[in-house]
Design a binder for this molecule. Structure first.
Ligand code: TYM
Length: 331
């Protein structure tokens, strides 16, 4: 079975971007692959979360993954911080990662712009930790959204560099997993960039949003006067609504609205009403299951503990090999 790794930061409530960019593919892959899915709690420390919030955030990510259909019996579902081999490999890879390339990473430059008073070293080396997460299990496929593609390219570079330096083929070069040849980017409903956990909460649909909240948010989604000529190319905020419709509405419904768009007689109000109902129906069972699960802390702890055991077994082998290759075997 092919080895698969992916992670989600514990920085807040999960949203449709996380679901369609990542979790949906986790669920698709869990039967046929050897999957390691984790909560990236170390990565979330770059923003200095309150200690009392961290645990609930981690529990919520676990609950929302399981509520979305991930089966902890079939995959290893664990917290990054439970695997000490990850920071060890991170340290090794840091020696092969260069300041210049790290400073050039778009997500890093973005952070420098957005939070100039907290440009910590963890942000700079974020892609190195991410590479360690992946390489520790020798993963070949990584299901992620479009925003993570650049990080994956860096992980491949670090893998290649390690292999070349130490004359080994220890690390495969991990590839982004694409379902139907596609990587997903769900946009914010206000049309400004990607949907994200913290940016504009009114333009982000969370898996924990109730029906009315979902309706309100979708009804406020950005639209315009409509197409002015047949078969016009869609602006990206309209295409985004169709993407959301594709995944939540019946195919005939989506087809009807697409045809209306192409004939220039689409009514965005009607489309949004339909999408709002279908999306509410889509999110409802996930929200309800997650809320139920989150009440059962014992069950979540058990998932994390068993997940960590599986992940540590695989990590221990890799780190022993890496140490040996580097020359760390003194007695
Ligand atoms: P994070 O926590 O920001 O997001 C988790 C997953 O959700 C995807 N995603 C999206 N996909 C499409 N459209 C969006 N608007 C959208 N927003 C988020 C992300 O692409 C991601 O797949 N660095 C990672 C976490 C991580 C990781 C790893 C991932 C740490 N180590 C190793 C894979 C492998 C992150 O911050 O994801």
């Amino acid at each position: 079975k092919e080895i698969v790794v992916s992670g989600i930061r514990s920085t807040g409530y999960l949203h449709l971007g996380n679901y369609f960019g990542a979790i949906q593919n986790y669920v698709r892959m869990q039967e046929e692959h050897n999957c390691y899915f984790f909560v990236a709690d170390y990565h979330s420390l770059t923003t200095h979360p309150k200690p009392e919030d961290l645990k609930q955030n981690v529990y919520r990510v676990v609950a929302e993954n399981v509520a979305s259909g991930l089966d902890p019996e079939k995959v290893a579902l664990y917290a990054q911080s439970d695997i000490p081999e990850i920071p060890e490999l991170y340290l090794m890879l840091n020696m092969l990662a260069y300041m210049g390339e790290l400073e050039k990473v778009p997500t890093f430059k973005e952070k420098v712009r957005m939070q100039p008073d907290n440009v910590n070293a963890g942000l700079l080396t974020y892609p190195v930790l991410m590479a360690a997460d992946i390489l520790i299990h020798k993963a070949v496929k990584v299901p992620v959204g479009k925003d993570q593609e650049q990080h994956l390219e860096m992980a491949r570079n670090f893998a290649h560099r390690f292999n070349t330096r130490y004359g080994t083929d220890l690390f495969p070069e991990p590839q982004v997993y694409r379902f139907n040849n596609d990587t997903v980017k769900i946009m914010s409903l206000d049309g400004n960039g990607k949907m994200s956990k913290s940016e504009n909460v009114n333009a982000t649909i969370y898996l924990s949003d109730d029906d009315d909240t979902i309706r309100k948010k979708i009804m406020k989604a950005k639209t315009d006067q409509g197409p002015t000529e047949p078969n016009m190319e869609m602006p990206d905020y309209i295409r985004n609504l169709f993407v959301l419709m594709d995944v939540s509405s019946a195919p005939e419904t989506t087809a009807t609205f697409k045809a209306a768009y192409n004939n220039c007689n689409i009514r965005y109000g009607d489309m949004k009403k339909q999408l709002a109902e279908d999306m509410a129906a889509f999110v409802r069972p996930i929200r309800e299951r997650a809320a139920e699960l989150q009440k059962d802390e014992a069950a979540i702890k058990k998932i994390l503990k068993e997940g960590a055991e599986k992940a540590r077994a695989s990590s221990a082998t890799t780190i022993a090999e890496a140490r040996k290759l580097i020359g760390i075997n003194y007695y």
